[in-house]
Design a protein around this ligand. Structure first.
Ligand SMILES: Nc1ncnc2c1ncn2[C@@H]1O[C@H](COP(=O)(O)OP(=O)(O)OP(=O)(O)O)[C@@H](O)[C@H]1O
Length: 360
């Protein structure tokens, strides 16, 4: 089994890892295709680092049915024999070596001769736009440059899978955003399989082909960035992906993926059912992003009467709260709608912007 992934470079099946009484990974299966940018996303303690440590061989799992890298069974291989390399948040560069020596190091320990290793290292430095700084000391580099050296050092050995453990975590916001793009471009140009871990949904959505969302050692949902952003299948996924409005109601009808929910006062709204096994008559949750809701003047298919309760100008956008028959709703407007003088009587959205899943 490889979770439907064609040509997998990484296959993990039924992985369990416990630290004493703590179950850090609870029957996890995940695969990454050749050339895929796979992101493991989750909050602190969800098991991301443990997963990376098990893949790289730094941690021997409690049990695993299958663990393969580049088609090779590595479950019992030591870290040094696995065809993967890790880039750490701390970079782990050698301060007593200059930049090019740092990059060549991995090749030298793989017995590539000195001149060839240095040539390859310079090529890798060119890929990360650092060829001009090959002879500098690590202490003479900025945070972003250190990160690029760490990347060059990792890709130069051409591992089947590159593991990245929150590699941009130490950089400031602006640099982090630039590095996200650089990293993505590097990955695409190399065609290498990247397994990237982060707690940042924005980072995951920007860079990945596929995102695996984890909570408490389990995979909660996996799919394309768009799937996770627009089609969360649970309250946890919706909350983690930043849905501002998550309301409880009764599911009163379901026709395929179109569901209708009713609030205690009798107000009904429709949405897309993303979860399996919901029962008509049962309590469900319905979620809508604040930026998908806007004031509407006339009755629209998905609209509700609303009374303004709060309006906060936040520079780039305005946050508005209204009271409705569905409860308080938050709206976010990016283009000045909702000015001080505008009255709000109704708010609306597209049916497909509302998602329905289990209440818990
Ligand atoms: N060496 C250890 N001994 C005992 N428990 C551990 C150890 N390492 C991790 N854990 C526990 O295992 C669980 C998963 O930890 P892990 O570090 O894999 O999570 P994470 O998602 O990477 O978190 P973070 O983003 O904070 O690094 C947590 O409950 C953590 O406290």
């Amino acid at each position: 089994m490889n979770n439907g992934v064609v040509d997998p470079m990484l296959e993990i099946e039924d992985l369990v890892h416990c630290y004493g009484a703590v179950t850090a990974l609870n029957h996890v299966s995940v695969s990454a295709a050749k050339g895929e940018f796979l992101t493991i996303l989750g909050s602190s303690g969800s098991g991301k680092t443990t997963m990376l440590r098990v893949i790289s061989g730094l941690e021997m799992p409690t049990s695993v049915r299958r663990l393969r890298i580049g088609g090779q069974d590595v479950a019992h291989l030591p870290a040094a024999k696995r065809n993967c390399t890790t880039v750490f948040q701390s970079y782990a560069l050698f301060p007593h070596m200059n930049v090019v020596e740092n990059v060549a190091y991995g090749l030298k320990i793989r017995k590539v001769n000195g001149p060839d290793a240095l040539k390859e290292a310079r090529r890798a430095l060119a890929m990360v736009q650092l060829e001009g700084k090959a002879d500098r000391r690590i202490s003479q580099l900025s945070g972003g440059e250190r990160q690029r050296v760490a990347l060059a050092r990792a890709v130069v050995t051409q591992p089947a899978v590159l593991l990245l453990d929150e590699p941009l975590g130490a950089l400031d916001e602006r640099l982090r955003q630039d590095m996200q793009i650089e990293l993505m471009e590097l990955q695409r140009s190399l065609g290498m399989t990247f397994v990237y871990i982060t707690h940042s949904q924005e980072e995951a959505l920007t860079m990945s082909d596929r995102v695996v969302l984890m909570s408490h050692g389990r995979i909660v949902q996996s799919g394309s960035p768009l799937d996770l952003f627009d089609r969360p299948e649970s309250r946890f996924a919706a909350g983690f992906m930043g849905y501002e409005n998550i309301l409880e109601a009764t599911l009163v009808a379901q026709d395929g993926t179109l569901g209708t929910v009713e609030f205690p006062g009798g107000l009904r709204i429709r949405g897309v059912v993303t979860a399996d096994g919901l029962k008509v008559g049962g309590t469900v949750a319905i979620a809508i992003r604040a930026e998908r809701i806007s004031p509407v003047s006339a009755e629209a298919p998905e609209s509700v009467e609303a009374t303004l309760t709060n309006r906060i100008y936040r520079g780039k956008y305005t946050d508005v709260t209204v009271a409705t028959g569905a409860g308080p709703l938050r709206l976010r407007s990016w283009h000045g709608v909702g000015s001080e003088t505008e009255e709000i009587r109704r708010v609306g959205w597209n049916t497909t912007d509302a998602v329905i899943f289990a209440a818990q």
